[in-house]
Design a protein around this ligand. Sequence first.
Ligand SMILES: Nc1nc2c(ncn2[C@@H]2O[C@H](COP(=O)(O)OP(=O)(O)OP(=O)(O)O)[C@@H](O)[C@H]2O)c(=O)[nH]1
Ligand SMILES: [Mg+2]
Length: 252
Amino acid sequence: MSTSSNPSTPASTQPTKTVPEKSTATVAMGWLHTAKFLTTAPQLHFLPELNVPEIAFVGRSNAGKSTCINTLTQQKQLAFASKKPGRTQHINLFSLGKQGVMDAVLTDLPGYGYAAVPKQDKIRWQQVMANYLVSRENLMGIVLMCDPRHGMTELDEILLEVIRPRVEEGLKFLIVLTKSDKLTRTEAAKILSITKLQAGGGDVMLFSAPKRQGIEDVAQLLWKWAHPDAAKASAKALPSVDEAEVPEAPDA
Ligand SMILES: Nc1nc2c(ncn2[C@@H]2O[C@H](COP(=O)(O)OP(=O)(O)OP(=O)(O)O)[C@@H](O)[C@H]2O)c(=O)[nH]1
Ligand SMILES: [Mg+2]
């Protein structure tokens, strides 16, 4: 005998359980949590060629790139983070994808601008990075991490110049203002609007690992970059402002 339904109620009139659709933020956080170490290399030509979208984290040394990757992927030690600047010294790739099927890659790059690095090493690294940013074929997005207490520095501006031709061809670009926990609300609002003016059309977001600020916003954007078709489909599924029922305004 079936115990799953009330025989006196016709099947068609039984109340149906509605399963709420997962929000984009939940999907994005779940996707990022699948991150696994893929490979590490001292320069571009040692990296495997990949045919999935790659998103690189760049920025000054100590800006918080590795910490941001660990926070987004909800893994404590996926990328090496440290108080000591210059902790990341290789190009590190992390694969993403559900059920073990890789559908994107995150790249943690060594930072630039650390004064204590010998000049020759600085030049070598700047060449490695410029080469990666200009030539990595599957690179589809860049997250520029910037400490808002220093704002965009000259080296950040140079980096923007290096990637400008690719941005004009469609490369996605986000500036993340890290360590926002170190700022007051007023300071944060001010640096956010200044950086938006400098971003040349790119997105800008505030982020704090300890305060967990901005995590879902960054996660959703990266997910959308890597899944443009799915992102378009879920945007279509939502009613547009015209279609949505808008309550009538009360008479004045
Ligand atoms: N208060 C605060 N500290 C942070 C935040 N993100 C990172 N940090 C700290 O900043 C320091 C540098 O962080 P990393 O993630 O190693 O920085 P990185 O950009 O990867 O540095 P390199 O690998 O040297 O280029 C560490 O002491 C982190 O704990 C944040 O959002 N808030
Ligand atoms: Mg690092």
